[in-house]
Design a protein around this ligand. Structure first.
Ligand code: IMP
Length: 424
């Protein structure tokens, strides 16, 4: 049975939630392997709207096993909030498991995220301020607190004291912030640990067992390729590996478990946070795309920056993720624009042209997009359910995107509803 990975191919918010929801409705197991509550997606199920940040969307299907892998950073307070709101709406969480190796977002991580962003002044990253970067810093510094520790009160008390003392020193002496009362933190997080205990299990083992039993597995990516710590637009990135390869280390399974990698892109480009964005539209067209596409963040509510489809970016994603196919979302948002532009290559300051996404920000900053233009479409495509029903100009647009990025487009999104998808 297939094991599918779904990854974002741009800067996030490609509408992965919808594709993940369609694929998870056919999966026995859904796994999250990196990131934390910086992610967010909205799932509409039987007319009910669910906003999920940490819990895999498979939770809405009563028999689906939902796993949170070792590579995730877990904010227990937010996680419990999500559990409560699901249970209050009659959604069972009994099939949910968290790996004991996952790192816990502590209150000082959130404080340090805000303090370090303020310290960077105009050079801030524009993080979601959920403590993601500082939690991963502690993981790699090897002083983090893990889910195992959280559910063992003696271990937790000892680690809160030892790590907390250092964090308080940094917060007060480096940033002039306020120290945490470590006894109060221990008491609060011990309670969270009690609540989390029944959910803790070895996700690597559970995933491998499911694979051996021939189950259908879906690995749901959070964030996206250009937010990858190595292959994204560093330093304007997140602190994990949202690439397909990140799934294996973040879950604890080998690459041969994976049968299919699906990338999700929008028919245009958006990003939140700071950093270069070659095809950005700071004009009326950019506003129209933002308003029609409802481009405002699920997690922070921030308006997203908008721009034309950038084939250089998606080509990069096809390579670094080893994509088998691509889902192109929100084609409907581009209706009523006279001309559609697609960036096919970048022109460098020395006049040469490249089709490859530059390795560094310094090189990217000097690049200007080389555009190809396409006639737009005015038809309402929201009711189209087969590729043949699409207007000719849409078909040509999608066919050219396939050529430019070197990947088959297997799905086209024509509206927000789960049914508004064309599968090829
Ligand atoms: P952090 O992940 O909160 O550290 O934020 C780092 C960068 O990643 C910022 O530009 C965020 O806006 C961006 N980011 C993090 N998570 C997401 C996401 O799920 N969608 C889009 N952007 C994200």
């Amino acid at each position: 049975m297939p094991s599918n990975i779904v990854v974002g191919t741009q800067w996030g918010d490609e509408g992965k939630g919808k594709i993940i929801d369609i694929i998870s409705s056919r999966a026995d197991v859904v796994v999250r392997s990196q990131g934390g509550n910086n992610a967010g997606h909205t799932v509409v199920n039987n007319g009910e709207v669910y906003k999920l940040h940490l819990i895999p969307s498979g939770i809405l299907y009563k028999d689906t096993l939902c796993l949170i892998g070792a590579g995730v950073v877990l904010d227990p307070k937010d996680f419990i909030g999500e559990l409560d709101s699901l249970e209050a709406r009659g959604v069972s969480t009994k099939n949910l498991k968290i790996d004991p190796r996952a790192h816990v977002v502590m209150p000082w991580h959130i404080a340090l995220d805000g303090l370090s962003e303020a310290f960077r002044g105009g050079k801030d990253i524009g993080t979601t301020k959920r403590g993601i970067g500082p939690t991963y810093m502690d993981k790699y510094e090897r002083c983090g607190i893990r889910v195992y520790d959280l559910v063992h009160p003696d271990v937790l008390a000892e680690k809160v004291q030892s790590t907390g003392k250092l964090k308080n020193k940094i917060i007060t002496e480096v940033y002039g912030g306020e120290a945490f009362d470590l006894d109060a933190v221990t008491a609060e997080y011990t309670e969270y640990g009690k609540r989390l205990l029944p959910y803790v299990d070895d996700v690597s083992v559970l995933t491998f067992d499911a694979y051996k039993a021939g189950k259908t597995i879906m690995f749901e990516g959070a964030q996206a390729t250009l937010l990858d710590i190595d292959f994204g637009t560093y330093p304007y990135v997140t602190s994990s590996h949202p690439l397909s390869a990140g799934v294996c280390v973040g879950t604890g399974v080998g690459p041969k478990v994976i049968t299919n990698v699906i990338g999700v892109a929008k028919a245009y480009t958006t990003r939140v946070g700071k950093g270069p964005f070659p095809t950005e539209l700071n004009d009326e067209i950019g506003n129209q795309i933002r308003e029609v596409g409802g481009e405002f963040g699920t997690t922070t509510g921030r308006p997203r920056r908008t721009g034309w489809f950038d084939a250089v970016i998606v080509r990069h994603s096809v390579r670094v993720n080893g994509l088998d196919s691509l889902a192109i979302n929100k084609l409907d948002t581009l209706a009523n624009l006279d001309t559609l532009k697609v960036c096919v290559a970048y022109k460098k300051p020395d006049g040469s042209v490249t089709e490859n996404f530059p390795a560094t920000l310094e090189e990217l900053e000097g690049c200007t997009p080389v555009y190809e233009e396409f006639p737009g479409f005015t038809e309402d495509i929201s009711a189209c359910r087969s590729f043949d029903e699409l207007p000719e100009n849409c078909k040509k647009y999608i066919a050219r995107l396939e050529e430019l990025v070197g990947c088959h487009v297997s799905m086209v999104g024509v509206g927000p509803d789960r049914a508004q998808i064309i599968e090829r």
